[in-house]
Every structure is written in C-alpha cells, then in structure tokens.
Design a protein around this ligand. Structure first.
Ligand SMILES: [Zn+2]
Length: 276
C-alpha cells in the first residue's frame, strides 16, 4: 500500500516535471495528495448502506408526496440529498444537520415533521480523500473524480469542501395538487441561484449506470454554504482548494412510499441528467 502511494507520488512529480507550462490548471491538479486505499474494494468501519426513499422514476412521474419525515430521515444517515413534499425546497443534509433550500433562495432548518418526497442518505465514513487545487467546472470535477474512483461498479457518497469562485444552484418551484408537470418539465425550467467567492460543501452520491431509472445515474450533488445561507442542486461552479472525501457503498436499501398515488403511478415519463 505504502509502496503504491510512493510510486503514485513519484509518477505525479514526474508528470509535473514533464507537463506543458501552458496547462497550469491540470498541472496543479496532478499534484493531488491521496489518502486512503487505491484498492478497488474499500474497507470501512461503519455501515455502508445507501438508503433510498422512493425511486427517481416515480419522482419524475409526479410522486411529489412521501410518507417519511425529517426526523425519520435523520435515522437513515448523517448526509443526504433529496426533495421535500410538493417540491417545497431542495433537501441537503450535512453532518446530521438537515437544510431546506426554498424556491426563493432562502435556506431554513426544517421541522422534524416536514415530509419528504425523495431522498438518498448514508452515514458518511471517509474511506479515501484527495485535494484538488483548481477545478474549472463540473465536467472537470467529474473527470478528476472518475480517475480516482476505485471502481465504477459500486455506489459512492461524497463530501467535497472548498472555496467557490462561482456556483450556480438549482431549486424547484413548489407544486400544488393535482400535480400537472413532471420533473421532465420542471427541472429544465427550475429557478437558478448564483453566488461568488465563498466556501461550502457539495454533498452527494454516485450511482453506476446499471441503476437505470431507479436513481440518478452518475453524479448527483447538492450544496450548502459554510454560513448555511445558500444551498441547492449543484448545476455549475468554479472552485479551488477542494477536499474530496468519498465513501464506497456496498449495500442498497429501498423504501417505497406507502401512498395511494405511488401505488398507481404509471412511469410514463423518463428523465436523466445528461452529464454522468
Ligand atoms: Zn438534486
């Protein structure tokens, strides 16, 4: 293990020495400090269960009411993303604190009885971490993380903290019953919020391609600023000094809504984010 890390470090230095001067940002990013295993299957000290409430496909098809609440979700993990009932805000949980990013851009701490329509959660246990000096955008972050993922056949939870030169987060417009539009319509017309020069954490998950419509395939990240005042679904950003921590998940737990609407949903519409 130590030999591997030393070899990787030497290779990194060699690559830096050979790198084209004009490629400043990727040169800096090669100088990553990697802690943790490069083995494909990572060991862990705590539970490695990916908790999933409702399914993405149902959520896309207007199942915007769930039957679990904030108090219950906090028993399923200390980090999470998702959405509240009636799409009343994006859901972000970091270090056991649950946030609700409302459609007007404000962020509140929800009451324990606030109902949840859709969520992914886990008890986070960092199994591998590395830092990235400069990340120009979301695509570059995906590429850099893909290079470090021990295997793309497992699920992962992420905590990514750093300084954001710019970030754009998406919200959702609150819906009233009867729900008319699915996420295939609501996501492309979602409200967007921007902020510059501040620090915060991206919280999220990676699902392998085989997940299909059960969940978001690839990366799904939500954001909460260090001051707790800015949050949402991560759309685009430019960041520096990112610390990426990941937790490989080997078990997947489904909980389906025990609701009348869910029992009748037809799954007619499909929606996946294009970038995976
Ligand atoms: Zn989201």
């Amino acid at each position: 293990m130590t030999k591997k890390i030393i070899l990787r470090s030497l290779l990194g230095l060699l690559l830096i020495a050979c790198a084209d001067k004009s490629n400043e940002s990727s040169k800096l990013n090669i100088a990553k400090e990697i802690k943790g295993s490069s083995a494909e299957v990572l060991n862990s000290n705590t539970s490695d269960v990916f908790y999933h409430y409702s399914i993405w496909w149902a959520f896309v098809n207007k199942i915007f009411e769930g039957d679990i609440d904030a108090k219950e979700l906090k028993t399923k993990g200390d980090m999470a993303l998702g959405s509240y009932n009636f799409l009343d805000g994006e859901l972000i949980m970091l270090d056991g604190v649950l946030y609700q990013a409302k459609e007007d851009g404000t962020v509140v701490i929800p009451n324990d009885d606030e109902k949840i329509a859709y969520a992914n959660a886990a008890f986070f246990d960092s199994e591998k971490e590395f830092s990235l000096k400069n990340v120009a955008n979301y695509d570059e972050l995906r590429d850099l993380i893909n290079d470090e993922l021990p295997s793309k056949n497992f699920f992962y939870a992420f905590k990514i903290h750093g300084n954001f030169k710019q970030i754009t987060c998406g919200g959702l417009h609150k819906q009233d019953k009867p729900f008319e539009k699915g996420l295939d319509v609501l996501i492309p017309s979602r409200p967007l919020f921007e902020r510059e020069n501040f620090s915060g954490t991206m919280v999220g998950f990676y699902c392998p391609e085989f997940i299909g419509n059960i969940n978001v395939a690839g990366y799904h990240l939500h954001f909460i600023s260090d001051d707790g005042k800015f949050a949402g679904h991560v759309m685009e950003f430019e960041a520096e000094d990112l610390l990426v921590q990941l937790d490989q998940m080997h078990e997947y737990q489904f909980v389906l809504p025990k609701t009348e609407d869910y029992s009748h949903v037809g799954f007619e519409k499909e929606f996946q984010y294009k970038k995976k």
